[in-house]
Design a protein around this ligand. Sequence first.
Ligand SMILES: *Cc1c(COP(=O)(O)O)cnc(C)c1O
Length: 356
Amino acid sequence: MKKHNFYAGPSILSEYTIQNTADAILNFANTGLSILEVSHRGKEFQAVIDEATALVKEILNIPAGFEVLWLGGGASLQFCMIPYNLLAKKAAYIDTGTWASNAIKEARLFGEVEVLASSKDSNYTFIPKDYEVPADVDYFHYTSNNTIYGTEIRKDPKVPCRIVADMSSDIFSRPIDFSGYDAIYAGAQKNLAPAGVTLVIVREEALGRVDRAIPTMLDYRTHIKKGSMFNTPPVLPIFSALQTLRYYKQLGGIEELERRDLEKAALLYNAIDNSKMFKGTVTDPADRSIMNVCFVMKPEYAALESAFVEFCAARGIVGIKGHRSVGGFRASLYNALPLSSVQVLVEAMHDFETTH
Ligand SMILES: *Cc1c(COP(=O)(O)O)cnc(C)c1O
């Protein structure tokens, strides 16, 4: 049976990405060897990382002055690398979820951190809007998509200081205006590649402004100087990322990706809004994520939650159980998920509602 993969991360990848990765595990670039067993310094892999870097710049339309890095350690390592490299005195953060609060905790090790707003008391069901970003901070940090809670900030903030963003779960779902940013980072396992590599886009000019000593591996300048090859990079996830990027380009680039993502999200939110059984968890529709759609059973149907998950499983729908801190359901609609899978889910919701 065809599976409809709604997992939140690691998550669905395009068939193109999976097939080409499988092929390269058997025979990489006609070397007669697996990509798992050749030097990362060979010309074949150099071509992979060079093309992947160029495609990130092309698809996201990244202006001159930024470097694209492929690093290990996950987005979670960036929670400390960002302040290590960029926080001289003070930074401003907004607390919009678990990942944002993890980032805040790490930043506090490096300087003064002003938390401008938080929706923690409401279990992060909305994006706080009532705050002012001070001009005297080294940067303003936000999480563009709150994967666990299904909220998203889809506009580049207009603030009187530099911006840093964790875009782990919504990068490649909209165009970005880089002019205000010093850094953007994203763990690959949501919208790009298998787990193991983190994409970091950093403004070179923003580096070298802190006085502290930075360990070699945690200093962005090390990886810029060595082209992400200071040490052995995560070779296989970078290869897969290249396949995804080729696929994105071939689809029509970032505008087409955004159009598809908006279409899928509208279909599912519309079904939730018109249902007598289900309701969304995000309180302000303007905050709804187009990547992770969180919903629950209305109280009078709450006992049917696990029955619905099983009902879906029988139709090949997997990965819709909500994060343990939210409950209910979460359908992740990453770029590789086809519209037809959302149609299957919407139909399952409708059929379950009419039979229960
Ligand atoms: C998944 C996720 C992370 C954590 O990524 P790791 O690569 O597991 O460290 C951080 N931020 C956001 C927004 C995420 O969705």
